[in-house]
Structures are given as structure tokens and as C-alpha cells.
Ligand binder design. Structure first.
Ligand SMILES: [Ca+2]
Length: 208
């Protein structure tokens, strides 16, 4: 009797565990990324670490290929993505560490369905997280696998190693967000068009 009951519980837990595992596999897990660079990211001459405050984007990809940023108006949009890539977050050189040219962050998470690999897009640029200007040096790191995490403790640590130099040079542009004035004009246009439509309709109605 006791043995039969134990067996039923055993079957219950086995089914429960299988169902839980299946649900974890079927639906992406939110994974926290511990990202670090052990050796300095370098300037375009490879003779010095990137200055403190230089901007680094952490990017994700479902494949092992780092896709380029989007081109717009003769320049590149630094934070944009193409292909299957996604933007995970931005970091500054010197963040979380004291040595030059490196950083550590645990601020970001990603969806394990979308992101299997991570890489860095880094810039010889300290003015702001949004990157704009002519002739800005930048580069990307190789891609690193980000799938080595325990589903019960979804944290993955990636060391991007470092010693990559910012040897690409491009102009970067920012697409301006529509200002309040432009938005009001747009709304005014829609409102005017709607009123015009209503006036025409009422004229047709009055003729009938
Ligand atoms: Ca990709």
C-alpha cells in the first residue's frame, strides 16, 4: 500500500519535472549578463587603452555573426542593429573597475530565445552614449557564446578578453526624435483633414 503511494508520488514528481523542463526549454529565459573585459580595449593606433568614459555597446545575436550598424544619410547609426542582432546595453570604459581600457557590468539581461552570442561594439568616443560626429574610430569584438548558464540560476558570465583596437573610421548620425512642435503640426494636419472631410460630407448631405 505504502509502496504504491510512493510510486504514485514518484510518477507525479517525474511528470512535474519533465513538464517544467519542457516549459523552460520552450520559452526563453531572461538571463542576467555578467560582462567583463580583462585586457584593455585599444585606441585606433593600438598604442593606448581607450580613455575612461569611452562608450561600449553590448550587442546580442542569435548567430555567431556580428551584423553591422544601419546606414542612414551618409553615416552609421551607432546604436542600431541589422540582421538578427539586438542591442543589450551601453557601458563606459572604467565602469566597475579601476584599470584603464576595461569595464565590468552586471546591469543587463537578455532573452535566451533571441540571444545566443554577445559581442562588443566599442568607440573611441567619450562625449555621450548617443554617438554623433565625423571620423569616429570604432570596432567590434569577436562574438562569444552566451548559452552557458544553468536554467535554475540564469546568469551567464562572459569575458570579452580585450586587446582589440578601434580601427574602423566612420561618420555617425542620430535620427532626431520628432519635436513637440512637429508633433503638434502633424496632429493639426490630421485634425484639419478630418474637419475638411466632415465639411464636404455635410455639404453632400445637405444637397441630398
Ligand atoms: Ca548576427
Amino acid at each position: 500500500m505504502q509502496t504504491g503511494e510512493n510510486r504514485r508520488w514518484l510518477i507525479f514528481w517525474a511528470v512535474f519535472c519533465v513538464a517544467l523542463t519542457a516549459s523552460i526549454v520552450a520559452y526563453g529565459t531572461t538571463v542576467r549578463l555578467y560582462a567583463t573585459v580583462t585586457y584593455s580595449l585599444l585606441n585606433h593606433l593600438s598604442n593606448a587603452p581607450l580613455a575612461d568614459g569611452s562608450v561600449v555597446y553590448i550587442m546580442g545575436s542569435s548567430n555567431a555573426i556580428a551584423d553591422p550598424p544601419l546606414e542612414f544619410g551618409g553615416g552609421l547609426i551607432a546604436m542600431s542593429t541589422t540582421g538578427d542582432d539586438t542591442f543589450i546595453g551601453s557601458v563606459r570604459i572604467g565602469e566597475g573597475v579601476t584599470s584603464n581600457g576595461t569595464f565590468f557590468t552586471s546591469n543587463f539581461e537578455f532573452d535566451s530565445d533571441q540571444v545566443k552570442y554577445v559581442y562588443l561594439r566599442f568607440f573611441e568616443y567619450t562625449n555621450g552614449v548617443m554617438i554623433e560626429g565625423t571620423g569616429i574610430w570604432w570596432n567590434t569584438s569577436p562574438t562569444f557564446s552566451a548559452t552557458n548558464f544553468n536554467p535554475w540560476v540564469p546568469v551567464v558570465a562572459v569575458d570579452f578578453v580585450g586587446q582589440y583596437a578601434a580601427t574602423n573610421r566612420n561618420d555617425f548620425v542620430i535620427i532626431p526624435e520628432p519635436g513637440v512642435g512637429a508633433l503638434m503640426l502633424l496632429c493639426g494636419g490630421f485634425f484639419g483633414a478630418a474637419c475638411l472631410g466632415r465639411t464636404k460630407k455635410s455639404r453632400v448631405c445637405s444637397k441630398n
